[in-house]
Design a protein around this ligand. Sequence first.
Ligand SMILES: *Cc1c(COP(=O)(O)O)cnc(C)c1O
Ligand SMILES: [Zn+2]
Length: 418
Amino acid sequence: MEKVLGLRCRECDNKYPKAPLHVCEFCFGPLEVDYNYEEIKKRISRRSIENGPENLWRYADLLPIDGEPTDGHNTGFTPLIRAKNLGDVLGLNELYIKDDSVSHPTLSFKDRVVAVALSKAKEFDFDTVSCASTGNLANAVAAHAAIAKLNCFIFIPADLEIGKVVASLVYAPTVVGITGTYDDVNRLCSEIGGVYPWAFVNINIRPFYAEGSKTLCFELIEQLGWKAPAHIVAPAAGGSLITKIGKALKEFHRLGLIDKPNTKIHVAQAEGCGPIVNTYKENGDFVKPVRPNTIAKSLAIGNPADGIYAVDTVRNSGGVGEHATDPEIVDAIKLLAATEGIFTETAGGVTLAAAKKLIANGHIQPDEPTVLAITGNGLKTIEALENKTDSTHIIPPQLNAFRKLITEIGEGPVEDSA
Ligand SMILES: *Cc1c(COP(=O)(O)O)cnc(C)c1O
Ligand SMILES: [Zn+2]
C-alpha cells in the first residue's frame, strides 16, 4: 500500500489522483494531500525518525513524495534555541525560538516548502519551476532550481527589498517584477499557468508544497523531547504555515508519536496587512481581502489562499490572533537581536511583537512552554532598520581620536594605566 492516497477537497471531500491540481472542480475548494495513516503507522516510530537524516526528510513518511527525495538534502533541522535572555525580559520561564532564520540554503522557512515542491515537480516530470512570491519563496525556488538544474521563472512585486531581489537574481533565474501587489502577481501567475506548462510551486503544486510547512512543527516537537509546547506563535502570509502546524500536531498524535497535544496556535500579522488576524478579532466567517501597507513585505498577502483555514486552526486550538504595527516590528527585531543574538527579518519582528501582546494580555502564562517561529533572516530586510539603530562612530585611525570619542559618548572602561 502507498502512503499517499491522492488529493482530497477540503470542502466537499471529493477525491483526486496525485497530480498537479489544486482546486476542486465541483466546489472550487482547495485540494489537500490525503494520506493513508494506517499504512504510515506501520512504518513510523520515534526511533525511525531519530535514525533518519538530519534534514526535513527524516519526516519523509509524512511528506507527499513517492520515490527518493531529490531536493532539500541540507534543508530543515534548524536550531531550537532555549531563549533564556528573552524569556527573562518577557517574564517567561520556558521560551524557545525555532530559528529558521538560518535555514539552508536561503535563510527562511521557505526552503522547507520548496524542498518538497521541487522533489514533487521532478516526479511530475516538469522541466520548469516558477512561483508568485513576496521574496523569500522567490529566493528558495531560485536556489533550489539551480541545484536541481530546472528552468526557473520568478514573479515578484517590483517594489521588494533589494536584499530579496538580489538573493533571487544571483541564482540566474528569469526574474519578473510586476508593478502591483503580491495579489496582482498571484493572479497573473494563475493566468500564465493556464498557458505555460510549468510547476508553479504555490499554485498548481500548492497541495504538495504546503506539506513541507509541517516539518517546522515536527522538528520542534522532536527537539522538545517529543513534547508539544503549550503555545506556538507563528506568522501568516497565505496562511499555510499556521494551517500545517495544526495538521502536524494532529498527525504526530494520530500516529502515536506524542500524547494528545494541548497546544494553542497563535497567529501574528502586521497591522498594515492582517486579514487573517482581522477575521479572528472580528469573529468573522470569511477573510476580507485588504490592500497591504506594511514593512513586513514577506507577509504582505492581502487575499490569503489558506486564510480561513488558518483562522479555523487558531480558533480550534484555543489560540489568538495579534497584530503588530511597523514601529512594534522594528522594536521586536532589535529586542531579539539584543537578547538572543538572532537577526530576524520583519516577519520575525511581527511574531515577537505579537507574542509580547499575548503575554501582556495573559494568553501566555509565565510557566507555559512557548515556541516562537522565527521564519526569516534580517540581512534580507535591512531597509526596515535604516536610521532605526545607533549609527557608526566614524573616526580617523588615531588613538587620540578614539580617546576623544569615548569621553564624548561617556561609555566604556576606564583606561588601564599599568
Ligand atoms: C512566507 C512566509 C511566512 C508565512 O507563510 P504562509 O505559509 O504563506 O502563511 C512566514 N514567514 C516568512 C519569513 C515567510 O517568508
Ligand atoms: Zn470540492
